[in-house]
Write a protein that binds this ligand. Structure first.
Ligand code: NOJ
Length: 550
């Protein structure tokens, strides 16, 4: 058998693989950079801006889906897993992007969407055209309805976007027939992972992209795929919610998913270069997450417990301890995530205006100082807030319509990035182009151009933090908490680095030198003062300290 192709990145020693402490930047392709002026970001746009990500100092870029798709759910409805949607470019553009990223020392992670396809996928079309019982239907979850005439859905599951999780097919003459399952939009039919075809297809899809040199995959709804075969009704009143992993559901976190990941681990591991698998798994708690990270399964999982902990010192400390303990027990790194394309941007979550931004900057220093790997969502390095006032007629997230226009959905964190200039499209696309979501007036001050060269900007803070993280944090060093008083989270990483974050209401005095014999401020998210050898840390501020050897 020929050797699997190398992506040009060397494998590292077991236990010190690149992904263990990597900073991975999420590019939401549609909103990153639009090279052709059609209003939507594309792969050429991403490639053209890669040098900016390299100079920010990240290690890898995760690209959200750019596959052929009707974009019923922003591309998480894939019609062809092996091709690029013309809106986003071509396979050649993808190869050029990957090559350029590798030249710049950036790894590329792409999404794989195995829980469901698009209803425009050839398999689903074939299944719909066939009669009930046809083998092509066994790739999806088709069932007869309940009640007289099969008029009721097969069970009471709800779609995460609102409404029933089942849609009934109709023959061309209007006769109703079987129902199909879709945990998300009706245009996203769930695959049936008891079908050998489905397994074989995804093995091949992984290989297709590994052969093109990708460094890893982010697995969408990684806790989905396998359903309780009895498809039992949920207890009355129990609501399915993508962001609520706190309840047991017969379609999430089932034992069988782990067999899939053992197989995928083998596939990815047969390629050189430490390629990685990262799980999007909204499950109950850190020990449940860690089950995805056993040595023969996935490499990383997003730490959504950290994302949802809020600005609360006790909750954050508990999450840090719980996730390090649970992941440590299986030898896996922990990830630290504050935002992504599914949640309200964290400056807005942490409180409106100045205060939210202050906290967001402090939270970034916390996340980047913790042991493990960190994920950044595009625009957080600019301090972008959520856009909360998008006009209703601009909203595109399926949640909006499916909830009967009661939930606005996730468009507010997906507004295209401002790169330069004082008015839309702010360099996102060529002058005169109209971004797919309107960009607010006044966003010029958030642009990269406006922040570049300003030492107090959020961009400068992130750039310095990533450089200092490389230079001053010993990634092999564990975290040790320090007692720094109520409301303050403080810890060391070995004897060469300390981090302190003040989550209290007023200024905090850091007791004595945190690192012997004396410390100096390496980086701070706001202004800190030293009064008689005591460091005064204002509320909502974080500081990184190193030994003062002068
Ligand atoms: C999780 C993705 O992050 C989200 O954007 C998508 O809507 C669902 N999975 C369904 O694919």
């Amino acid at each position: 058998m020929p050797n699997p192709p190398d992506n040009g990145t060397a494998s590292s020693t077991a236990g010190r693989e690149w992904w263990r402490d990597a900073v991975i930047y999420q590019v939401y392709v549609r909103s990153f950079a639009d090279s052709d002026g059609d209003g939507e970001g594309d792969l050429r746009g991403v490639r053209s801006r890669l040098p900016e990500l390299a100079s920010l100092g990240v290690d890898a870029v995760w690209l959200t889906p750019f596959y052929v798709s009707p974009l019923a759910d922003g591309g998480y409805d894939v019609a062809d897993y092996r091709d690029v949607d013309p809106r986003f470019g071509t396979l050649t553009d993808f190869d050029d992007l990957t090559r350029r990223a590798h030249e710049l020392g950036l790894r590329i992670i792409i999404d794989v969407v195995p829980n469901h396809t698009s209803s425009a996928h050839a398999w689903f079309r074939e299944a719909v055209a066939a009669a009930p019982g046809d083998p092509t239907r066994s790739r999806y979850v088709f069932r007869p309805g309940r009640g007289p005439g099969g008029d009721q859905p097969p069970n009471n599951w709800k779609s995460i976007f609102g409404g029933p999780a089942w849609t009934r097919l109709k023959r061309p003459d209007g006769t109703p027939e079987e129902w199909y399952l879709h945990l998300f939009d009706p245009e996203q039919p769930d695959l049936d992972w008891t079908s050998p075809d489905v397994h074989a297809e995804f093995d091949d899809v992984l290989r297709f992209w590994l052969d093109r040199g990708v460094d890893g995959f982010r697995i969408d709804v990684a806790h989905g795929m396998v359903k309780d075969p009895a498809l039992p009704d949920l207890p009355e009143g129990q609501r399915a919610d993508l962001l609520d992993g706190s309840t047991e559901l017969p379609y999430f976190d089932q034992e069988g998913v782990h067999d899939i990941y053992r197989r995928w681990n083998g596939i990815v591991g047969s390629y050189p270069g430490d390629r990685a698998l990262v799980a999007e798994a909204w499950v109950e708690d850190a020990p449940r997450v860690a089950r995805y990270l056993r040595p023969d399964e996935l490499h990383q999982a997003f730490n959504f417990q950290f994302l949802t902990a809020g600005w609360d010192p006790e909750a954050l400390r508990r999450v840090v301890d719980d996730s390090l303990a649970a992941n440590g027990a299986v030898g896996a790194p922990t990830t630290w995530v504050l935002s992504n394309h599914d949640v309200t941007r964290h400056p807005t979550r942490f409180g409106a205006g100045e205060r939210g931004l202050r906290r967001a900057r402090a939270a970034a220093l916390l996340a980047l100082a913790l042991p493990g790997s960190a994920y950044l969502y595009q625009g957080e390095e600019l301090g972008l807030p959520e856009v909360t006032d998008l006009p209703e007629d601009a909203l595109q997230d399926p949640t909006w319509e499916r909830s009967g226009r009661t939930e606005r959905g996730r468009d507010g964190c997906r507004v295209p990035l401002p790169w330069e200039g004082g008015g839309a499209p702010y360099g996102f696309g060529p002058p005169g182009s109209s971004p797919w979501l309107p960009m607010p007036p006044g966003w010029g001050s958030y642009s990269r151009e406006a922040q570049r060269g300003d030492p107090d900007s959020t961009l400068a803070l992130y750039t310095s933090a990533l450089a200092c993280r490389r230079a001053s944090i010993d990634h092999a060093a564990d975290l040790a908490w320090l007692d720094a008083g109520a409301g303050v989270l403080a810890f060391t990483r070995g004897d060469g680095f300390a981090c302190a974050v003040n989550l209290g209401d007023g200024p905090a005095e850091l007791p004595g030198p945190l690192l012997a014999p004396r410390t100096r401020v390496l980086l701070a998210s706001g202004s800190v003062r030293e009064v008689a050898r005591t460091l005064v840390l204002p509320a909502d501020t974080a500081v990184w300290l190193v030994p003062d050897e002068s």
